[in-house]
Design a protein around this ligand. Sequence first.
Ligand SMILES: NC(=O)c1ccc[n+]([C@@H]2O[C@H](COP(=O)([O-])OP(=O)(O)OC[C@H]3O[C@@H](n4cnc5c(N)ncnc54)[C@H](O)[C@@H]3O)[C@@H](O)[C@H]2O)c1
Ligand SMILES: O=P(O)(O)OC[C@H](O)CO
Length: 337
Amino acid sequence: MADVSIIGAGSWGTALAVLLHKNGHKVTIWSIVEQEIEMLREKHEHKDKLPGVKLPDDMVFTTDLEAAINGKEVLVLAVPSPYTRSTSRMMKEYVAEGQIIVDVAKGIEENTLMTLSQIIEEEIPQATVAVLSGPSHAEEVGRGIPTTIVVGAHKKETAEYLQNLFMNEVFRVYISPDVLGIELGAALKNVVALAAGIADGLGYGDNTKAALITRGITEISRLGMAMGGRFETFSGLTGIGDLIVTCASMHSRNRRAGILIGKGYTMEEAMEEVKMVVEGVYSAKAAIALAQKYDVQLPIIEQVNEVLFSGKPADAAVKELMIRDKKLEIAFSEGWE
Ligand SMILES: NC(=O)c1ccc[n+]([C@@H]2O[C@H](COP(=O)([O-])OP(=O)(O)OC[C@H]3O[C@@H](n4cnc5c(N)ncnc54)[C@H](O)[C@@H]3O)[C@@H](O)[C@H]2O)c1
Ligand SMILES: O=P(O)(O)OC[C@H](O)CO
């Protein structure tokens, strides 16, 4: 049995807390939001973020960050990506040498273009940082629905330790050394899922969805591989797997925000309506900056940016994608006459 803290009490942190408790670990949940911790103590359920999932009586809820960190074997960092740096800064003074922090959020920092594990490593250099990612909606994990996921870590020993910590008969955990590929797939799929939602909101069909998923993963892997991620990662659970679930599921906040935008809401109105974090909005600009830096084309992601930040009508963005220059589907065709 391990002593574990979840840093951040949103829907994903809460679902993972329940999972880890079921695995026999001692679990503490920390949040910066006092009312949230009071509500969890009183109701033993996160009524706003994960309704219907009961939290066990012996789970500890706290706003005391030092107590949440001291002596814990693993810290699961589950705050949305805009808070990864600020939360890491607060955590730094309490984290022991080698203490494991597993980041479960998905994003790229807009002004630095850093992945979330890079931010944590910069802010808390004494920590051992790993990531957990894959097709996994909190609503389904909270109900014990079979799910597969990947732990990425620089050292195999860390990955195997976390695999044992999280894995059970309904939560199958693979391990991988490709931390960068995992994080890029996770952040970029959210931007493509916004596009898939926009297409749904416009009333388009399954053909359009399949096109966005397939050409979307081409964009993600093109950029990801230019940055050093591995092809197999983008064809795996944290790449195409997570892209499929996010583009298809009504649990997805990115897809739901996209649907509203496709129906004519502004980005701000859609984010307000969805209430929970819509990570794709934060990663969209970073993706374009990275595309420029690594000289790769991301046409879908570019159009998402135009719709989100330049007020381009969603149907005009789709039309622009359809009438782009004629292309080969695959990059190499030497000897093809
Ligand atoms: N929900 C899912 O199904 C799911 C699954 C996999 C990964 N993720 C990723 O996990 C991350 C968190 O997602 P979520 O669904 O839990 O989001 P959420 O919107 O449910 O979480 C918000 C939580 O963030 C915390 N918070 C609010 N303000 C804060 C601040 N200023 N500083 C620090 N913490 C603050 C609070 O505990 C709040 O409940 C995201 O990056 C998301 O992409 C989510
Ligand atoms: O609800 P979303 O769109 O943030 O997606 C949640 C997870 O990333 C799905 O794996």
